[in-house]
Design a protein around this ligand. Structure first.
Ligand SMILES: Nc1ncnc2c1ncn2[C@@H]1O[C@H](COP(=O)(O)OP(=O)(O)OP(=O)(O)O)[C@@H](O)[C@H]1O
Ligand SMILES: [Mg+2]
Length: 263
């Protein structure tokens, strides 16, 4: 067991009242999974994933990582935990005033790694993501796919065990998405990083995930192997997602799972 979310609930308190964003969610993500989180907009996907690194504090329930309850971590414990969990977003969130190398060395500098070591490590990571020749470019000089590669390199700087991806490919075209998903899979297979992928796209889930969870209005509707959930959804929420995806149909053409079944 790697990530165990136990009876997780999250209620946001706002001026206009309270909102139950997560309701009693229990989920196991195993070491080495590429785990997809799918569901409609507002279902609670980002909230769920932000609870894993405690960017969001659950209202009740617990987050257990490698058998250790981290729910109440603060201070140094929390910093160490977060350094073991990388995160990337749709908007890349790079430092515009730093060049590519400076973006990747940043988390290492925070941790007090020497400048020379940080730069050497950052160059290795840039090679890994295929950007060795862009070290002294600034984010504004890069394409969206290249910026996401920098964000991935930066997220890997501290050797995380877990990589959280919140709509990381939503801003990218199909081919660039395919390349970034390939990179995530390589990271998963070669570095043994457990990857959690939030996506709106079932095509993305099929391309990269081995398992998926469907979140519906804050509840876990179902979870299982991606081919089972998407081919034979048991919950109404999953069925609706699959049906809506079928209407957009063409996406099935590039799905390895569907292609295999068609043969
Ligand atoms: N900081 C906050 N304060 C109050 N309500 C919030 C906050 N963050 C999220 N919510 C609410 O919680 C619910 C779940 O939000 P969340 O961002 O987790 O959804 P999501 O599944 O990631 O949606 P999307 O696919 O649009 O990104 C939404 O109704 C949202 O309005
Ligand atoms: Mg979200």
């Amino acid at each position: 067991m790697m990530i165990h979310l136990k009876n997780l609930s999250k209620t946001y308190e706002g001026r206009s009242g309270t909102h139950d964003a997560l309701r009693d969610v229990t989920l196991h993500i195993e070491r080495g999974d590429v785990f997809g989180i799918i569901g409609q907009s507002g279902a609670g996907k980002s909230t769920l994933v932000r609870c894993i690194n405690l960017l969001e504090r659950p209202t009740s329930g617990s987050v257990v990582i490698d058998g250790v309850d981290v729910t109440v971590y603060e201070g140094k414990d929390l910093r160490v935990l977060r350094s073991k969990i990388g995160m990337i977003f749709q908007g890349f969130s790079l430092f515009q005033q730093r060049d590519v190398l400076g973006n990747v060395t940043f988390p290492l500098e925070l941790r007090g790694v020497s400048k020379a070591d940080a730069r050497a490590r950052a160059r290795d990571l840039l090679s890994l993501v295929g950007l060795a020749d862009k070290a002294d470019f600034y984010p504004s000089q890069l394409s969206g796919g290249q910026q996401q590669r920098v964000a991935i390199a930066r997220a890997l700087a501290n050797d995380p065990k877990i990589l959280l991806c919140d709509e990381a490919t939503s801003a990218l075209d199909t081919l660039t998405t395919h390349a970034i998903l390939g990179l995530l899979r390589d990271i998963n297979e070669q570095l043994g990083v457990t990857v959690v992928v939030i996506t709106h796209s079932l095509s993305v889930a099929r391309q990269v995930c081995n398992k998926v969870a469907v979140v519906d209005r804050g509840r876990l509707a179902e979870a299982g192997f991606v081919e089972d959930v998407l081919a034979a959804p048991r919950s109404e929420a999953a069925r609706l997602l699959v049906e809506a995806d079928g209407v957009i149909g063409f996406r099935h053409a590039d799905s390895p799972v569907i292609a295999k079944k068609a043969v």
